[in-house]
Design a protein around this ligand. Structure first.
Ligand code: SAM
Length: 448
């Protein structure tokens, strides 16, 4: 175990507290975590512990805030880093079976002493010993939704929306599933390698590999980091959630199609489209010019750059650039609140509000309206989001069909025929359905 030195550069618990302070000030968790991993010399084991603690505390933040509010006399007066330190200790005590409480206490008290003064050391020691002696405080004295919110660490407004839209039992099941670890899934580059051969290679270098229940070209990996292999660098696969593979699957692409991908960065779906093209082209747009290089980098790594063109453009203004009726297919993988990614990006739940959801729905509707004239008669638009609330999903489908009688909704098909007996044409995947991200996909055909 690391002991605290003056710079603490390699101590996973100390770094976790610092990283959590930055994230609670608004920094992105994945960027902060990657920065710390890249700029320090932690062992693989300590890197895993560091990442685990940071994500774990973010996932359970509301629960831990509640506990600390009951365990100290003046929670409002605690400095941020002391709160984060207590949360990291509580997380380890509850969720990390292999770490003995004694080690958690010693390390946490050392950090308290190093960063604070004797009073803080005494406070941290007192809180941890109280938990050890009496257990964690009961979550009581509030209504059922507030209790659910604290237990699952999900804001009340999200629970209320879900209760109204999918019912209490489904909401409960979603809440239970979102604090589980996310799957590590990859999409096979069908232009470069067959599934059987890739599985063999991955197993040879130590991965445990299984088929996905969601997407035929996906594999779910354990026991290694998919982004660190030569196979990844050489473009034999890319890292993508299983549900995120479904919008392109539903597009039924022909090799010579001319396709518009309106919200394309970092290019997960652009490269998937390009893998199906021979002489065809996918035009990938994104509002942010500085993100375009990511799309091309991915296309080059995957060996499909000849079939990809990129432009910076607000998708609500495609009318200024493209003629009407030119594209065979259009993908609108819209900017959204991302609530379907709650497992992979745990802080999303605290950052988004109902107002954001409503504002994003207006942007999404604007993009759909703007691309409607650009697809050929007989062509298709696929609309997708990685969120699970109706405002950004089925409501947009309904509004689009009302405004655009020249389109008909078509049933979304997937390679593995998911939810084949559903009543709706669109496909909704919730995070508890298969353990993949929540996603929404709808398809429209231009009939006149
Ligand atoms: C859900 S992400 C796209 C993910 C991408 N399709 C993939 O599979 O890798 C949405 C993207 O839309 C971009 N965006 C946001 N507003 C936009 C707009 N008005 N026009 C075009 N792109 C936009 C964002 O920069 C972001 O990269």
């Amino acid at each position: 175990m690391n002991s605290l030195t003056k710079d603490n550069n390699n101590n996973p618990r100390y770094l976790a507290v610092k990283t959590l302070e930055r994230i609670s000030d608004g920094a992105y968790s994945n960027l902060q975590i990657n920065n710390v991993i890249d700029s320090t010399k932690m062992s693989e084991k300590d890197t895993r512990l560091f990442t685990n603690i940071v994500y774990g505390v973010i996932q359970h933040r509301l629960t831990f805030e509640y506990y600390v509010s009951k365990l100290v006399k003046h929670p409002g007066k605690l400095q941020n880093w002391v709160k984060e330190l207590l949360y990291t200790a509580i997380y380890q005590m509850i969720y990390l079976d292999k770490v003995p409480n004694r080690a958690i206490f010693d390390e946490s008290i050392k950090i308290a002493k190093f960063r604070g003064h004797d009073g803080i050391r005494r406070l941290v020691t007192g809180v941890l010993h109280k938990i050890d002696r009496d257990g964690l405080p009961q979550i009581t004295g509030m209504n059922a939704i507030e209790k659910q919110s604290i237990e699952a660490s999900v804001p009340v407004w999200i629970i209320k929306q879900l209760n109204n839209q999918v019912g209490k039992a489904k909401t409960e099941s979603i809440l239970k599933s979102i604090n589980q670890p996310a799957n590590q899934s990859i999409r096979i580059n069908i232009k470069k390698i067959e599934k059987k051969a890739l599985v063999k290679e991955l197993e040879r270098i130590g991965f445990t590999v299984r088929d996905s229940e969601v997407a035929a070209d996906a594999l779910v990996l354990k026991d290694g980091v998919a982004a660190h292999t030569a196979l990844f660098k050489e473009g034999f696969y890319t890292i993508q959630d299983e549900s995120a593979m479904l919008p392109v699957q539903s597009m039924d692409i022909d090799g010579d199609d001319y396709i518009l991908d309106t919200c394309a960065a970092p290019g997960g779906k652009t490269t998937q489209i390009a893998e199906h093209l021979t002489t065809g082209l996918v035009v990938a747009l994104d509002l942010h010019e500085n993100k375009l290089h990511k799309i091309m980098e991915n296309a080059e790594r995957m060996g499909v750059s000849e079939n990809v063109e990129v432009h910076a453009c607000d998708a609500r203004k495609v009318g200024d650039i493209y003629e009407d009726n030119v594209f065979d297919k259009i993908l609108v993988d819209a900017p959204c609140s991302g609530l379907g990614l709650i497992r992979r990006k745990p802080e999303i739940r605290y950052e988004k509000s109902l107002e954001d959801v409503e504002e994003l729905a207006v942007v999404q509707g604007g993009i759909l309206d703007s691309v409607a004239t650009k697809v050929k008669v007989g062509g298709q638009i696929v609309y997708s989001t990685c969120t699970i609330l109706n405002q950004e999903n089925s409501k947009n489908v309904k509004d689009f069909l009302e405004k655009h009688p020249e389109f008909e909704e078509i049933k979304v098909k997937t390679d593995l025929n998911l939810q084949a007996d559903r009543r709706e044409d669109y496909l909704k995947i919730f995070p508890d359905d298969y353990g993949s991200d929540g996603f929404f996909i709808a398809g429209f055909k231009k009939v006149r």
